[in-house]
Design a protein around this ligand. Structure first.
Ligand SMILES: *[C@@H]1O[C@H](CO)[C@@H](O)[C@H](O)[C@H]1NC(C)=O
Ligand SMILES: *[C@@H]1O[C@H](CO)[C@@H](O)[C@H](O)[C@H]1NC(C)=O
Ligand SMILES: *[C@@H]1O[C@H](CO)[C@@H](O)[C@H](O)[C@H]1NC(C)=O
Ligand SMILES: *[C@@H]1O[C@H](CO)[C@@H](O)[C@H](O)[C@H]1NC(C)=O
Length: 457
C-alpha cells in the first residue's frame, strides 16, 4: 500500500510535501504506477476547477491532460481515490470548460455563408464570419513550421480565477454525506452539447472527442460517449478537402490539409466503432480516412509522417513531429479491433519503428526538433506518441516498443524532474530539466509514465 502522504498528495492540490526526506522517497520510486500517481498530484496543482482546464496551458492541451488521466485511471482501477479524482475532473471539466472555448460558433457561420453562396468553398479573408475571436493556428516558418496557437486577447488572463477542485459543491456534498450537490452538478451537465467543444480547428475538436471517449471508458457514463459522437458528427462536415476527394481540413478556413487532423479523425472514428451503436458507420469513416491518408503521400519513404501537404496536394516535407507518428498507431489498433485487416498492425508497426529510429537519441530518448523551446503546442507532442505506442504494444507486442516506453519513462523520472518545482516534469526528456515546467510539459511526460505501467503485465 501507499504511504498515507502519497494518498493525500494525490488529492490535495497544494502544497506538496517538499522536505529533504521526501526527496529521497521520490528518487527511489521505481514502480511506474507510483511514479505516475506522484506526478498526478503535481499536475493537479495546475487544474483550475473554475475553468475546468489546466492553468499554464492551452485549450487543446487540456484535452490531452484529460486523456492521460483517463489512461492512468484505467491502469489502476483499484485505486478508489484515483477513480474518484478522475471522475470529478471529467464532471467538472464538462461543466466549466465550454465557457473557455476560444472560438465557439465560427464554423457554423462559415458553413451558413457557404450555403448562401455555393461558389464559395474557401474562406481566405480574415474574419469573414464575424465570429472570429482572434484564435488562430499558424505554422512558424522560422521554426521548422512548428504549429503555434495564438489565443484571443485575454484568453490566458484566467478570468476564471483559480479554484481548488475540493472547494466545489461536488466535493462538499460528499464531505457532508449528502449526494444532493452531486445530483445538482450532474443535472446541469446532463445534456452536453457538441457545439460547446467546437472552435473551428478540427484537431482541437477531435482531441476533445478522444478525451470524452477516455472519460466514458473510465466511468461508463453514456453522456460522454454521446458527446464524443456529437463532436465527431460535426467534424464530418469538414470532409472532403480539395485533395484526393477526401480527408478533412485542418480548420474552418479550409486552407491546410495536414496529418494531425486526419489521423485524429481516423482514430476517433475507430474508437467510436468499438463503443457506439452505429459501428458500421464509424468503421466506414475510419476506412475511408485510412485509404485517403495512404494515398495522400504524407507517409514518406522512410516510413515517418510529415506535417501535411502543399498546394499541389504533395507531401510538403515539413517536420516529422512525434505526435504525427503517434495518433495513427492508436487509430490502426482500434480499427483492427473493430474490423480486422491483416495490413493494419504491420503498417502501425512499421511507422512506430521508423519513428523510434528517427526520433530517438543514442540513449533511446525521443525528441522533437524544437527542443528546448517548443512553445505552447509542440511540448505536448511526445506524450501523444508514447500514449499511442502503448496501445500498439498492447495489441502487437514488440521489445522495440516496450524498450522505448521504458527508456523514456525512466529518463523522465531520473533526468527531467525537478523537486524544487514540486517534482515537475519538463520538455527535454533526456534532461537536464528546463524550467519552468508547466501543465503541458508535465502532462506530456506523464503520458510516458502512464504508458510504462502496463508493460510487465
Ligand atoms: C465569395 O465570398 C467573397 C467574400 O464574401 C465574395 O467577395 C465573393 O463574391 C464570393 N463568391 C465567389 C463565387 O467567389
Ligand atoms: C470579427 O468581426 C466581428 C464583427 O465584425 C468583430 O466584432 C470581431 O471583433 C472581429 N474579430 C477579430 C478577431 O477581428
Ligand atoms: C485491408 O486494408 C487495405 C489498406 O487500407 C486495403 O487496401 C484492403 O483492401 C483491405 N483488405 C480487405 C480484405 O478489406
Ligand atoms: C511551458 O514550458 C515550455 C518549456 O519550458 C515552454 O516552452 C512553454 O512556452 C511554456 N508554456 C507556457 C504557456 O508557459
Amino acid at each position: 500500500m501507499y504511504p498515507s502522504f502519497l494518498l493525500q498528495s494525490l488529492l490535495l492540490s497544494a502544497p506538496l510535501i517538499s522536505n529533504a526526506a521526501a526527496q529521497s522517497v521520490y528518487d527511489s520510486v521505481t514502480d511506474p504506477t507510483k511514479r505516475a500517481e506522484f506526478a498526478l498530484s503535481t499536475l493537479q496543482i495546475w487544474y483550475n476547477a473554475g475553468t475546468g482546464l489546466w492553468d499554464t496551458t492551452g485549450w487543446w492541451n487540456s484535452a490531452n491532460a484529460m486523456t492521460m488521466i483517463a489512461n492512468l485511471a484505467k491502469s489502476d482501477p483499484k485505486n478508489t481515490q484515483l477513480q474518484g479524482l478522475a471522475t470529478k475532473v471529467f464532471a467538472n471539466t464538462l461543466l466549466q470548460a465550454p465557457a473557455k472555448n476560444p472560438q465557439p460558433g465560427v464554423e457554423d457561420e462559415a458553413k451558413r455563408r457557404r450555403d448562401i453562396d455555393p461558389g464559395n468553398g474557401t474562406f481566405l479573408l480574415f474574419n469573414i464570419t464575424g465570429m472570429e475571436s482572434g484564435y488562430n493556428k499558424n505554422l512558424n516558418p522560422d521554426a521548422s513550421y512548428e504549429p503555434v496557437t495564438v489565443f484571443p486577447d485575454g484568453w490566458d488572463a484566467q478570468d476564471g480565477q483559480y479554484v481548488d477542485i475540493q472547494s466545489l459543491p461536488i466535493f462538499a456534498a460528499e464531505a457532508k454525506g449528502t449526494v444532493k450537490g452531486v445530483a445538482d452538478q450532474a443535472a446541469v451537465a446532463a445534456t452536453p452539447k457538441a457545439a460547446d467543444w467546437l472552435d473551428g480547428f478540427y484537431d482541437d475538436d477531435l482531441w476533445w472527442a478522444l478525451a470524452w471517449i477516455g472519460a466514458y471508458d473510465v466511468t461508463q457514463d453514456i453522456k460522454y460517449l454521446q458527446l464524443a459522437e456529437g463532436i465527431f458528427g460535426q467534424v464530418t462536415k469538414a470532409w472532403p478537402t480539395r485533395c484526393g476527394n477526401g480527408g478533412i481540413w485542418w480548420s474552418w478556413k479550409k486552407d491546410y490539409v495536414n496529418a494531425i487532423a486526419n489521423e485524429l479523425f481516423l482514430s476517433t472514428a475507430a474508437h467510436l466503432a468499438n463503443r457506439a451503436q452505429n459501428k458500421d458507420t464509424y468503421v466506414q469513416w475510419a476506412e475511408w480516412t485510412l485509404n485517403w491518408f495512404l494515398n495522400s503521400g504524407m507517409i514518406n519513404k522512410e516510413g515517418t509522417i510529415n506535417d501535411g501537404v502543399d498546394d499541389a496536394c504533395k507531401n510538403n516535407g515539413f517536420a516529422t513531429w512525434s505526435y504525427n507518428q503517434g495518433v495513427i498507431l492508436g487509430g490502426l489498433v482500434e480499427l483492427n479491433k473493430a474490423s480486422p485487416n491483416e495490413t493494419y498492425l504491420p503498417l502501425a508497426s512499421k511507422i512506430a519503428k521508423a519513428a523510434i529510429e528517427k526520433l530517438s537519441d543514442d540513449k533511446g530518448v525521443i525528441h522533437d526538433g524544437c527542443e528546448p523551446n517548443c512553445g505552447g503546442d509542440a511540448n505536448q507532442f511526445k506524450g501523444v506518441f508514447m500514449r499511442n505506442l502503448q496501445l500498439l504494444q498492447e495489441a502487437h507486442p514488440d521489445d522495440v516498443f516496450a524498450d522505448s516506453i521504458r527508456t523514456n519513462a525512466d529518463s523522465i523520472w531520473k533526468n527531467n524532474r525537478n523537486e524544487e518545482q514540486g517534482n515537475a516534469l519538463s520538455v527535454v526528456w533526456s534532461g537536464p530539466f528546463v524550467g519552468p515546467a508547466n501543465a503541458s510539459t508535465h502532462s506530456s511526460a506523464m503520458d510516458a509514465l502512464v504508458a510504462a505501467i502496463n508493460l510487465d503485465t
